[in-house]
Design a protein around this ligand. Structure first.
Ligand code: GDP
Ligand code: ZN
Length: 299
């Protein structure tokens, strides 16, 4: 049989196949094939056998069309890429205007992570009911220029929820962002009854309290799935080289071949077409600064 892994509990994976859920474990031969990599991830399409009362056995994993991973887990030769979820279409990056404060660099970092994993990106700026100083029009202009939709929302007063529903419809989306920005609250607004846990913000740190770290595909009534990532710590980048980083800044694309040096890093070289474009106002300052910061962090 073939099905989709919709959640995992320790060694057991729940596979949805033709409307029924099957508890399955991963057969040894699958584990051997992939050694240290994640053998089975939530979102995978798998072939499995199921007899009598189960548990069933996962025999094979279909190739993944996209993936969202955590930086390598473990140290040295024990390090491996942990896939959190596979085969989803888009990453919905949730931030807030305040509590916690807006962090554009994090946004840019997650957009890179989305592109690296083969996902589209969308941005939600939540808590617009709160007093803040974020220039929302400017943020929309920046991301509009790279075709990343920006939705401003409030889970408290309902602003933007209709728009959010629209971008989620018929797609599979993973919600990421700092804890406390309102991911679970927004999803509960999109579809009451999803029953996602929401956390309290502790006043001392402004950081949300962790509730759970279970990754699960939740079906939406209007079609599609959403994946919440409660309690997931802010994600680093993995497996990206300094040289490839430029490819995840689509606004650099028209310029990178025009630089004097083939190996131009666009950070300090003379006759760099990217820096030229920046000076002429064709690339946004904030985005360029994020690029340089990420470039240095990857060094
Ligand atoms: P998550 O960690 O990203 O899932 O965040 P939660 O959904 O648990 O929300 C964290 C806290 O922020 C909770 O106390 C929510 O009630 C609150 N919150 C969520 N959305 C909004 C909003 O739009 N406006 C305001 N003022 N508070 C919100
Ligand atoms: Zn350059």
């Amino acid at each position: 049989m073939t099905g989709r892994v919709i959640r995992g509990h320790g060694k057991t994976f729940i596979v949805l196949s033709q409307g029924r859920e099957y508890a399955c474990e991963v057969l040894a031969k699958v584990k051997q094939q992939v050694s240290k990599r994640t053998p089975v991830a939530v979102g995978d399409v798998v072939d499995f056998v199921f007899e009598g009362e189960g548990p069933g056995g996962i025999e094979g994993v279909h190739p993944r069309s996209s993936k969202f991973s955590r930086p390598k887990v473990g140290v040295g030769s024990d390090a491996y890429e942990q896939i959190l979820v596979s085969n989803v279409d888009q990453m919905v990056i949730v931030t807030s205007v305040a509590h916690p404060r807006f962090k554009q660099h994090l946004l840019d970092r997650l957009i890179v992570a989305a592109y690296k994993g083969g996902l589209q990106a969308a941005v939600v700026i939540n808590k617009v009911d709160l007093k803040h100083k974020v220039d929302l029009e400017h943020v929309k202009e920046i991301y509009g220029s790279i075709s990343v939709p920006v939705i401003t929302s409030s889970a408290s007063d309902g602003t933007g929820i209709g728009e959010l529903r629209t971008i989620l419809r018929e797609k599979e989306s993973i919600f990421v962002g700092h804890s406390g920005v309102g991911k679970s609250s927004l999803l509960n607004q999109v579809q009451p009854g999803l029953k996602l846990k929401t956390g309290e913000i502790s006043d001392s740190t402004g950081k949300g309290r962790h509730t759970t770290t279970t990754i699960e595909l939740h079906p939406l009534a209007e079609g599609g799935f959403v994946v919440d990532t409660p309690g997931l710590k802010v994600l680093g980048l993995w497996d990206i080289t300094q040289e490839e980083l430029q490819h995840y800044f689509p606004e650099f694309a028209p310029y990178v071949d025009e630089c004097k040096f083939n190996s131009c890093s666009h950070t300090h070289e003379p006759e760099c077409a990217v820096q030229q474009a920046l000076e002429e106002g064709n690339i946004f300052q904030e985005r360029y600064q994020s690029y340089v910061r990420l470039y240095q962090a990857l060094g």
